[in-house]
Design a protein. Sequence first.
Length: 102
Amino acid sequence: MMSALLAMSGNRVTTAASITETLPLTIGGGFDLLILDGWYPDGFGVDLCEQIRTFDTQTPILFVSGMAYESDIAEGMNAGAQAYFVKPIEIDELGRTIMRLT
């Protein structure tokens, strides 16, 4: 649903379903923004974010996650994200944040 909404707004969207699938894509670079989830079948989004930040400190990262505790949000931001949304999200706010970060 998220990728469809972003595409309908004129964004080019690339999706990945796991950390294993995501890392090679991000190493290649070329993204204006990375949107991460909190959970993947093979790990946590915070760990993915930390791994990405070891080789890419510039690309904005935002989380859209069901992990809603203050400690979850703090972990995501401390891992290198610029924004953290808790599901369900307000799509207009997400759009404004994407515009601000890109």
